[in-house]
Design a protein around this ligand. Structure first.
Ligand code: AVJ
Ligand code: FE
Length: 442
């Protein structure tokens, strides 16, 4: 078991570094140090920040080694410098940042070899710190992919389209029976603090969309004047779309009767059967209200993804406990887009809900809050400082998420105005037969 985890840790760290290298070698140094959007860091900041977090946690903390470059810690502290201010910092130049990150990694491989995965305390047992750092690097790789999407100019990245699957016809929604289920985890070895601990939740019966909302359906909301009708918009959402004159998802543009979108430097027609991407929580919420529905709560989303009504048990993923394969989900930046709605039949949940994992991050109705019994670990700044009503939870991961940072319990969060992230959604509604609390199908 620990041998297997050690192999997985090495694999996850190596996979992350291969991806980081690809994302930072396909553009020149000028591009790496430029700020492509005030919302994002220069790519070279992410690169050295990845190395610096790895140095702090795996070399200094786990490995009990001397600090390599303590003087740069504050440059790469995300809380000290907002993203917009990072280009004017005396950052390591691209070649230096690359050398630093690879120097750290070389030493980390020695630490990994000599660190016992049992009896060493919660930071190292089951290789947690190594898994955490692999997830950290992959999360920044997704952030860097967002920067690539925002970058002007010709394409720097390419990937094949997702394979074709049997996408239906499918029923538009699935009934999830009411009753208790186990939310979160106390056993997943590399689950982050906010996913813990496992606890019972009673979730009344509800219906949830079989597939994420598509561009075609979202277009109907636009054509119906959805962006001009105050009734659909909550809170700051209306102010945001008025102030910034927003009338479509980010990166969309209308030409006559056709909607076009720019994707990693290439302009194409909006594909109607693809899950909609680059919408804010407010846009998702407004669409749901227009459709006479609502966003699922986080507990509903997780119940749809993990609960098996046949056994009453929860799964790690909708399809079961096996690690994601290419047949289960569109993950890991193998493709640079979500697959058509209804794809990945082998990744469906026991009740037949598709594409819960991969393709697009799914906005939920819920604020980012701690579970009962939450303990910050190993640092308050990962989750705890973000808890509250400011951030909304996203679930399921996008095409840009590596499997190491994606599972049925994984929680992501962002401000409800954000739309440069790989965000989409599906909708839900209460079941008429609410209140049957015994967990049996109705
Ligand atoms: C969990 C994706 C919101 O990118 O801000 C990276 C992950 N935390 N470095 C983020 C993270 C520290 C985080 N999100
Ligand atoms: Fe970070």
């Amino acid at each position: 078991m620990t041998d297997e985890l050690r192999r997985q840790a090495l694999d996850a760290l190596t996979r992350a570094r291969t991806r980081t290298a690809a994302l930072t070698s396909c553009v020149d140094d000028r591009d790496l140090t430029a700020q492509h959007s005030p919302l994002m860091s220069p790519l070279v900041w992410d690169l050295a920040h990845i190395g610096n977090q790895e140095e702090q946690w795996l070399l200094r903390n786990v490995g009990r080694g001397e600090a390599l470059r303590p003087e740069i810690d504050s440059l790469y502290d995300a809380f000290e410098h907002p993203r917009a201010a990072r280009p004017s910092l005396p950052l390591l130049a691209p070649a230096e940042a690359r050398l630093y990150a690879s120097d750290v990694r070389g030493r980390v491989l020695d630490v990994l070899e000599r660190t016992p995965f049992e009896g060493g305390g919660p930071l190292v047992d089951a290789g947690f710190a190594f898994g955490m750092i692999a997830q950290h690097e992959q999360q920044h790789d997704e952030t860097m992919l967002i920067t690539h999407q925002l970058r002007k100019g010709p394409a720097a990245l390419s990937a094949p389209a997702p394979p074709k699957h049997d996408t239906g016809p499918l029923p538009p929604e699935v009934l999830v029976p009411g009753g208790a289920f186990t939310m979160g985890t106390s056993t997943e070895p590399w689950a982050l603090d906010n996913e813990r601990p496992a606890h019972e939740r009673i979730v009344p019966a509800f219906h949830i969309d079989t597939v994420p909302v598509t561009c075609g359906k979202y277009q109907a909301f636009i054509e119906d004047g959805g962006y001009r009708d105050r009734r659909w918009w909550a809170g700051e959402g209306w102010d945001q779309i008025r102030r910034h004159d927003i009338g479509s998802p980010l990166f969309w543009r209308r030409e006559g009767h056709v909607w076009l979108r720019r994707r990693f430097g290439v302009t194409e027609e909006v594909p109607p059967d693809e899950p909609v991407l680059h919408v804010s929580w407010y846009e998702a919420d407004a669409y749901a209200r227009w459709a006479g529905r609502r966003l699922p709560t986080e507990a509903e989303w997780e119940k749809a993804a993990r609960h098996d009504p046949g056994t009453g048990l929860v799964r790690r993923y909708p399809w079961g406990d096996e690690e994601p394969s290419v047949a289960h989900a569109n993950l890991g930046q193998r493709h640079l887009r979500p697959a058509p709605a209804g794809s990945y039949p082998q990744g469906a949940s026991p009740l037949g809900v598709r594409q819960l994992i991969g393709d697009v991050w799914e906005w939920t109705a819920s604020d980012f809050l701690p579970y009962p019994g939450f303990v910050a670990f190993p640092y308050r700044e990962y989750s705890e400082v973000f808890f509250g009503s400011e951030h909304k939870v996203l679930r399921g991961g996008s095409f840009a998420v590596d499997p190491v940072a994606c599972r049925g319990t994984f929680r992501n969060w962002d401000l409800p105005v954000r739309r440069q992230i790989f965000s989409g959604f599906r909708t839900a509604r209460d079941a008429e037969e609410r209140g049957s609390g015994n967990g049996e199908p109705i």
